[in-house]
Design a protein around this ligand. Structure first.
Ligand code: COA
Length: 254
């Protein structure tokens, strides 16, 4: 249980709603743990046919809680964030995401493991790992170039610049860009309900076939990224970048 995550299992759909508005739905260890467990449990639950991950009509997520980063509470492949990442990487049931507002860091990289993604036209997707003195995670250094090609992946990862939901749809990072707010949540729900009506065995096998090889390699890459990430998190560049965020100032990398 986490007060910051709402769970609904109606109509054959596991819906996970991030619910920490005051911190822009920043993800804590508790939230990762509960999401990972719920997604893992859904794989063997015949009553669940699809999973929706969403934020509010205003915000998807500002990514990993920066205070947790500063306390280096992320390392180790048995930590809650890895339980969550492995759960989405290996999920056999379709994952659908609804993205309004900011989707920062893992807010964008988790989308690479989803099957259908609906974003607001004005959604703000960003992977500022380098900007924070860190490196890509969630298998994104493998998944992003594969999905978008090297130049676009390099642009998003090295510059860490924000792109809109409209741009994300243009480059194939999300399925569709829609008017912000309820429309995005409704599109995800509609797709999930449609999948819940499809023959489950066929859905499962098709997902398995289209992700064959990807999940296995992404998992391996995730391990390597995780080791570098943990090391960088303890380094001077990340310390300056993360402290600067908390102190609401521009970082200085001498
Ligand atoms: N972890 C912890 N707290 C966070 C956070 C995060 N990832 N993102 C935002 N917050 C907090 C802010 O510190 C602020 O708290 P305060 O009200 O106590 O000062 C509150 O949430 C609102 O954030 P704010 O920055 O004022 O909102 P905004 O609408 O101007 O900007 C974002 C929203 C998401 C664009 C911006 O907060 C942001 O860039 N967050 C950092 C994201 C990040 O670097 N995540 C790690 C990625 S690897």
């Amino acid at each position: 249980m986490s007060e910051h995550l709402l769970i609904d299992r109606s109509e054959g759909v596991l819906t996970l709603t991030l619910n920490r508005a005051d911190k822009k739905n920043a993800l804590t260890r508790d939230m990762y743990g509960v999401m990972g467990e719920a997604i893992n449990a859904a794989q063997d639950d015949a009553s669940i046919r699809a999973v929706v991950i969403q934020g509010s009509t205003e915000c998807f997520t500002s990514g990993n809680d920066v205070a947790d980063f500063i306390n280096n509470e992320r390392s180790g492949t048995d930590s809650p964030v890895y339980i969550f990442l492995k759960a989405i990487c290996h999920a056999s049931k379709p994952l659908i995401a609804a993205v309004n507002g900011p989707a920062v860091g893992i807010g964008t990289t988790m989308l690479l493991h989803c099957d259908l993604i609906y974003a607001a036209e004005n959604a703000r997707l960003k992977m500022p790992f380098v900007n924070l003195g860190l490196c890509p995670e969630a298998g994104s250094s493998f998944l992003l170039p594969r999905l978008l090609g090297h130049p676009r992946a390099a642009e998003l990862l090295l510059l860490g610049e924000e792109i809109s939901g409209t741009r994300a749809a243009e480059i194939g990072l999300v399925n569709q860009a829609l008017p912000a707010g309820e429309t995005v949540l409704q599109a995800a729900r509609k797709a999930a309900l449609r999948i819940a009506e499809q023959p489950p065995g066929s859905v499962r096998l098709t997902k398995q076939l289209i992700r064959a090889g990807i999940s296995r390699t992404a998992d391996e890459v995730m391990e390597t990224e995780g080791q570098h990430f943990a090391q960088l998190l303890g380094g001077a560049e990340a310390k300056e970048a993360l402290t600067a965020f908390m102190e609401k100032r521009k970082p200085v990398f001498a």
